[in-house]
Design a protein around this ligand. Structure first.
Ligand SMILES: Cc1cc2nc3c(=O)[nH]c(=O)nc-3n(C[C@H](O)[C@H](O)[C@H](O)COP(=O)(O)OP(=O)(O)OC[C@H]3O[C@@H](n4cnc5c(N)ncnc54)[C@H](O)[C@@H]3O)c2cc1C
Length: 456
């Protein structure tokens, strides 16, 4: 049993971070930065098995690669800038596609504050790497702050006399004062933490699909420019579908409860998709693709004495802005470790409230996504919502109520609570009811599969 007074970081304390994705890099950077303020000298090892400088699966932490407005801003306040060598495109608008209509929603601020990136050095088969890996960029920031990169896979962890031990491939076991789990949700190493005896249980997940369509720089610029395309289609097993333009590639991201090869094919064959990208199916045939898991929420007991789990392996935002929640949980855990202590109680009192806030917000997010899914089953209501968006585009930012709801929901730029509160406004509700009624009438008029550009 540990004496809680001993469970503090001191000069010379050793911290082992497993995972050098966003959560591990943010944690190491903030911990070392705050330690410096306290005149404390810490030793931080980041264990990372991927080489983010490699193209293809070897260097990639499978993701759609949208860095939310709120995260770009928060990082800039922290002094962490995303250079043009990392950001492949700034996004200033969303094009939403229903079964029959298309509407463009422009950013309420008219600025391009959403960034699209590749997490590694580009998809398999890339000929020239023009943009730098986002994860490598963050890792370098952590290294510059003083972290030590150990480029090895961790194969074992244990507690010996209450202190964590990390055993990496081809290395001797190392003793640490604090063990940080930043392994993400797709790592087999999660079971190491589940067997550590702190009561940790990984979050539940579901399968997704990512395909990197190699369209070429000119075609991406011409067809997509600075717009992301989101599809509100009534396809079984599909909750969210989007095309995200990068430099020479467009990332196709599908999320749903049953995303399978058949779901991908039926999406690519859908008239709305073919209308936008007639060659999508052939482009997808040979493209770099993966089917990673996405987190559905929270882990149980993501901390213990001298152990804390952050990012996806702790608590993550539902469907959106996972990198943003990696930043928030990493920073909160680092602050707790430096200023409060590293006991289970310290993490429960000072780290867990941030996780709980994300978790509560996810419940509202889940409600919002369920409602949107129900609407997709009745396309006249999607049509009504899009018509409402279209009419709002000439109004001032604050009055674009439906556009703001969709914008924040798809960009992950605001908490789901804010999105939900916007839908409670009486003007929102009455306007939506009217437009849905009109959408129903339009359907009755023979709302055909003729694609109409409501706003461009
Ligand atoms: C389909 C899909 C689309 C997404 N789109 C977006 C998006 O557009 N925007 C967004 O913000 N989020 C998105 N996310 C979520 C985002 O990818 C995650 O929330 C984010 O990557 C979490 O960061 P992390 O550092 O916790 O974990 P990860 O990014 O998974 O990093 C974990 C790291 O740990 C390393 N590791 C694991 N085990 C070991 C070990 N034993 N030894 C050494 N190293 C190890 C891995 O190699 C990896 O580098 C998406 C996720 C999915 C599945």
């Amino acid at each position: 049993m540990n004496d809680n007074s001993e469970l503090k970081l001191n000069n010379g304390s050793r911290i082992g971070v497993i995972g050098g994705g966003p959560a591990g890099s943010f944690f190491s950077h903030f911990l070392l930065r705050q330690a410096r303020l306290m005149d404390m000298d810490l030793h931080v090892d980041i264990y990372e098995s991927r080489d983010f400088l490699s193209a293809g699966p070897k260097g990639c932490n499978m993701c759609a690669g949208v860095i939310s407005e709120s995260l770009v801003q928060a990082l800039s306040i922290e002094g962490i800038n995303l250079p043009t060598s990392v950001v492949q495109r700034g996004i200033d608008s969303y094009v939403m596609h229903s079964e029959t209509e298309t509407v463009t929603i422009r950013t309420p601020s008219e600025e391009m504050r959403i960034a699209t990136v590749h997490r590694g050095s580009g998809p398999k088969g890339i000929r020239e790497t023009r943009w730098k890996s986002f994860d490598r960029h963050l890792l370098e920031i952590a290294i510059e702050t003083g972290a030590n990169l150990v480029s090895r896979r961790v194969k074992g962890i244990s507690l010996s006399d209450g202190k964590p031990l990390i055993c990496a491939k081809e290395g001797e076991a190392q003793v640490y004062d604090l063990l940080v789990g930043a392994t993400g949700i797709n790592s087999p190493s999660l079971s190491l933490f589940e067997n550590l005896g702190i009561g940790y249980k990984r979050p539940s997940t579901r399968k997704t699909s990512i395909t990197e369509l190699p369209l070429g720089l000119d075609a991406v610029s011409e067809k997509f420019g600075s717009s992301m395309h989101v599809f509100l289609l009534d396809l079984e097993g599909l909750d969210f579908a989007a095309f995200i333009p990068k430099g020479e590639f467009v990332t196709m991201c599908l999320i749903g409860d049953g995303v399978s090869r058949e779901t991908v094919d039926s999406f690519l064959d859908h008239p709305s998709v073919k209308h936008l990208l007639p060659n999508a199916r052939s482009a997808a045939a040979e493209a770099c693709h993966c089917s990673p898991n996405i987190s559905l929420g929270d882990a149980a007991n993501p901390f213990g004495d001298r152990v804390v789990m952050i990012g996806d392996s702790g608590v993550s935002r539902l469907n959106k802005d996972g990198v943003g929640s990696a930043y928030r949980t990493a920073k909160a855990a680092a602050k707790t470790a430096i200023f409060e202590g590293i006991s289970s109680d310290d993490f429960r009192k000072h780290y867990w409230p941030i996780c709980r806030k994300i978790s509560r917000d996810n419940r509202l997010g889940s409600l919002i996504f369920t409602t949107v899914n129900m609407m997709k089953g009745a396309q006249f209501s999607v049509r009504g919502s899009l018509r409402m968006c279209q009419k709002e585009q000439l109004k001032q930012g604050g009055q674009r109520r439906m556009s703001m709801v969709f914008w924040d929901m798809f960009t992950g730029s605001a908490p789901y609570r804010e999105v939900f509160m916007r839908t409670l406004h009486p003007f929102f509700f009455s306007r939506l009811a009217w437009e849905v009624a009109m959408g129903f009438r339009f359907a009755g008029d023979g709302g055909s599969m003729v694609r109409r550009e409501l706003w461009k």
